[in-house]
Design a protein around this ligand. Structure first.
Ligand code: GSH
Length: 431
């Protein structure tokens, strides 16, 4: 009797309650016909069917029987499966799975182990990114391999490049797409500049965020390279604060140069204090003059973005569409942003006046007696102010500042010092 049933399945169609009988004939294949539900219920022959038993697990059989309208409790293969037993088992399993997923997820986010895992994954992705260009300075014997993630015309990135170039560091540049930021997928910190330092003689990499921290760490290293980069980074702890959906970062001591083993014989306390004061002024005041001035009108905004595209080699680094989206949408957005920032930072009605005031303030602070604020050589304040202004060098705002203030001679002196790597002796004496 078992033989014909062993190749027969019965199921209830989803659309209605009629039962269908599938008969498998090895010569003909599957055959479908209507089945008698009463016969199905009465005989339970399905549950005795060996191929049915072997095909489906107990839970599936239970639901199958329920779908067929059989009893809530069914004996299958000598085992009693009631709806409540199945439900409890099912809920328990789902509960355990969900709890485990939540715990693992929470653990992954919180644990140090995960940080290492994320960093490891990040590294893999990081190494897959091709540098947009390489700055090679033959005299660089530091052994540090530096990679700068940047926007070419971001003032904070220009500031970092001014310091790297002044000291004659060789470095790779990775131009970040400001819209997609796909080059920063590996990083939780989504701002530029970021510098990655590969340490000499090891495969260890250190990620340094924030322009002022990058500059202070490298400057401290130049004074005493026996202090390791990770050790120096630890003197600039990062504090984060949630500001709505955004994360706000603050880096302690970022304007301080650290001397963990030695003393600063080359500068007085007053000189260092002045340097810190003007570095901070550059970040907190001068930088806010840029957007309202560079994007003062729609025409100037578009012209600024075309200049950014040319110096940032966007044609080379981004697709045609990406470039045009960034130029036209960027110019429109930044024109509006310029007006917002003008009000936020309380610039004068004619924003040029505020830019000229800032330039004059700086020229006065350097004074007539000094070539640079740092004396005969630019210090970090000179390089910061130069870097920030350099970001708008091709814009009408900068040309207006040259014509209407006396900043030009200092600016071009600093530019020459940066481009000729005048601080290279410091880099090489430290290596
Ligand atoms: N305090 C940071 C500021 C860096 C910053 O704000 N960078 C801008 C570019 S100029 C940025 O990346 N903004 C985020 C964005 O573009 O989404 C530093 O000095 O590095």
């Amino acid at each position: 009797m078992a033989a014909p049933f062993s190749q027969t399945f019965i199921w209830r169609t989803i659309s209605n309650a009629s039962f269908r009988r599938i008969h498998f004939n090895k010569h003909v294949g599957l055959q479908f016909s209507n089945a008698n539900p009463l016969k199905v219920q009465r005989s339970h022959y399905l549950t005795r069917c060996p191929s049915f038993k072997s095909l489906l697990n107990a839970k599936s059989r239970y639901f199958y029987l329920r779908a067929c309208g059989l009893n809530q409790s069914s004996r299958v293969g000598g085992q009693e499966f009631s709806r409540s037993t199945i439900s409890v088992l099912y809920i328990a399993k789902v509960g355990v799975a969900l709890t485990a997923t939540c715990l693992i997820g929470f653990g992954l986010v919180k644990s140090d182990w995960n940080r290492f895992k994320v960093i490891a994954e990040g590294r893999e992705r990081l190494h897959a990114i091709k540098p947009s260009r390489n700055v090679q300075v033959d005299t660089d014997k530091s052994g540090l391999k530096l990679t700068l993630f940047q926007y070419q015309t971001c003032p904070f990135c220009c500031k970092v490049r001014a310091v790297l170039d002044y000291h004659g560091f060789s470095y790779d540049v990775i131009e970040v797409n400001s819209v997609t930021k796909k080059q920063l997928k590996w990083s939780d910190y989504q701002k530029v500049p970021i510098v990655i330092v590969e340490l000499p003689g090891s495969d260890q990499e250190v990620v340094i965020k924030d322009s002022s921290v990058i500059i202070s760490v490298l400057e401290s290293y130049l004074h005493d390279n026996a202090a390791s980069i990770p050790q120096l980074c630890s003197y600039y702890p990062c504090l984060t604060e949630n500001e709505g959906r955004r994360k706000k970062y603050d880096f302690q001591n970022k304007y301080f140069i650290m001397f963990p083993r030695t003393v600063d014989l080359n500068h007085t306390v007053e000189e260092r204090s002045e340097e810190r004061k003007w570095r901070k002024w550059a970040d907190d005041h001068l930088v806010h003059m840029l957007s309202p001035n560079a994007y003062r009108t729609v025409k100037e905004s578009l012209q600024a973005f075309q200049y950014f595209s040319a110096v940032g080699q966007w044609e080379q680094n981004f697709s045609f569409l990406e470039r045009y989206v960034v130029i036209y949408i960027g110019a429109a957005v930044m024109y509006v942003m310029g007006m917002i920032l003008k009000n936020k930072y309380k610039l004068k009605e004619d924003v040029r006046e505020s830019l000229y005031d800032a330039c004059n303030e700086w020229v006065k602070a350097v004074g007539k007696e000094r070539v640079f604020m740092g004396g005969d050589q630019p210090n970090l304040a000179d390089l910061a102010v130069y870097g920030i202004l350099n970001s708008i060098e091709g814009c009408t705002a900068f040309q207006d500042a040259l014509q209407n203030t006396k900043i030009g001679s200092w600016y071009y002196r600093t530019k020459a010092a940066v481009n000729s790597h005048q601080g290279a002796h410091q880099l090489n004496s430290s290596s």
